[in-house]
Write a protein that binds this ligand. Structure first.
Ligand code: PLP
Length: 456
């Protein structure tokens, strides 16, 4: 393959002049003289336009599960583009890849989740969820059941519905969110909100907040509860097992639908195909994106229970919702091949039995560092809490100062991680080697050592 030559300074100039990157400060973009420009990638490594190799501890944005550089996916996209590059799925139309992918996803879920609605992004999937659950309850003759309960610090996307369902207050400040009819309860963040408390008791207290809120609102007004099995963008918050069991029992008691947002957890991230399988609960609706295509093309899917679809089938009315790119045939063909690769290479088992345990050991060993308050991992996702005083959850200054220092020191040493305030998060590709995991841990330790001096 011929590599393009890039004129880095010109690209950065054009970036400032014309490009508004996502979730970015445009003042900082300008002060930096342009964004970091990534030009190519292979396996678990990306290269920037200056030629620096960066080990991608974030799998892009929690999505490139099968790793970069899979020619097979390019081939399948090309073939599908030549055969049928686009057709829509409006008004009872379908394409072969969309139907085949729906059947494949239904088989991965098994059980009652046998019906799939396609969208383009995780946010759009959660928009679908919002409209679908309200429509479902209206069809059931209970239109007043319209409130959706979520958690503080949840991330469900960036559209108006996605950001409203999400519980990040700094996202609500811009644009007058959340929209009405969405409520937020406490999150099961033991390190932050239950430090020193018995983990199981804390998990049950956090879950019981759902019952309290349902009773406060009135059960006949609550449509659904939405949660990520493990909160990703909130700081890789891994709840105690008891949490989801209790949430499920509460939802069943009051007839509230359970929506599992598997945009990060789905497709093997936690060592099972879906996060709900790891935690042992049964959702009524599941949002999927990211790992569905390993990020090679934008596609998302919303799995819906048989019970819900039976209700939708009780009328001739259309579900008046859908996107131009719902079930896009090229994206669907790529997603199908991505899943085939995961199965062929047994990548979900690799997360559970090989890379995941090695990651837990290597990253877990950082717990002895004086800056580290807690390390938690599950499968191939993990977090390191940075504290000012070992043995406490006290942060440096007002909080939020240490994370960026450690993150930048990691990036300078060739490792991409993210800082969510003072939590360093990691989410590497499933193909990451043991040597690369060890390198991740070594780089983070060196960055922590350096930060001790900076933060003192
Ligand atoms: N839901 C969860 C759990 C996510 O982590 C994300 C993105 O990170 C989204 C939804 C939104 O997905 P997208 O950015 O594809 O709209």
């Amino acid at each position: 393959m011929n590599r393009r030559n890039y004129n880095v300074s010109e690209l950065r100039r054009l970036d400032v002049a014309h490009h508004l990157p996502a979730q970015s400060s445009y003042r900082l973009q300008q002060q930096m003289g342009g964004s970091r420009i990534i030009t190519r990638a292979e396996g678990s490594t990306v290269w920037d336009a200056e030629g620096n190799a960066i080990l991608d501890g974030m799998a892009g944005l929690w999505c490139v599960d099968i790793g970069y550089g899979r020619a097979e996916l390019a081939d399948v996209a090309r073939e599908q583009m030549l055969e049928l590059p686009y057709y829509n799925s409006f008004f009872r139309t379908a394409t072969a890849p969309a139907v085949e992918l729906a059947a494949k996803l239904a088989s991965l879920h098994g059980g009652a989740l046998q019906h799939i609605f396609f969208n383009t992004s995780g946010s759009e999937s959660n928009d679908t969820v919002l409209r679908l659950v309200r429509y479902y309850w209206a069809l059931k003759g209970q239109p007043e059941r319209s409130i959706i309960i979520s958690r503080h610090n949840a991330y469900h996307g960036s559209t108006v519905a996605g950001a409203s369902l999400g519980g990040m207050s700094f996202m609500h400040v811009q644009g007058g969110l959340p929209i009405p009819g969405i409520e937020h309860i406490m999150q099961p963040y033991h390190f932050g909100d239950g430090f020193g408390e018995d983990p199981e008791e804390f998990a049950l207290r956090a879950a019981d907040a759902l019952e309290e809120r349902i009773l406060a609102i009135g059960a006949d007004k609550v449509a659904a509860f939405i949660g990520e099995p493990v909160q990703g963008a909130g700081g890789v918050i891994i709840p105690h097992r008891a949490y989801w069991q209790r949430i499920e029992a509460i939802c069943r008691k009051y007839g509230v639908l359970i929506v599992s947002d598997e945009v990060i957890c789905g497709f093997g991230r936690l060592g099972r195909w879906f996060g709900y399988q790891h935690f042992g609960f049964t959702p009524d609706i599941v949002s999927m994106a990211k790992g569905l295509s390993s990020g090679y093309l934008p596609i998302s899917a919303t799995a819906v229970s048989h019970e819900i679809v039976e209700t939708l089938r009780a009328t001739d009315d259309d579900f008046v919702h859908g996107y131009t790119y719902s079930g896009h045939p090229v994206a669907a063909a790529v997603a199908l091949r991505n899943i085939e690769i995961m199965e062929r290479e047994a990548l979900v088992d690799r997360v559970a039995d090989d890379a995941g345990p090695h990651f837990a050991e290597a990253i877990g060993a950082l717990a002895d560092h004086p800056l580290v308050g807690e390390v938690r991992t599950l499968g191939l996702i993990g977090a390191i809490e940075l504290v000012a005083e070992k043995g406490t959850n006290r942060r440096h200054g007002k909080g939020g100062a240490a994370g960026p220092v450690v993150r930048d020191a990691c990036i300078a040493r060739g490792l991409m991680v993210r800082a969510i305030r003072d939590t360093i998060v990691m989410c590497p590709p499933f193909v990451i080697t043991h040597e690369e995991i060890d390198r991740m841990a070594a780089i983070i330790r060196a960055a922590l050592d350096e930060a001790v001096g900076t933060l003192a």
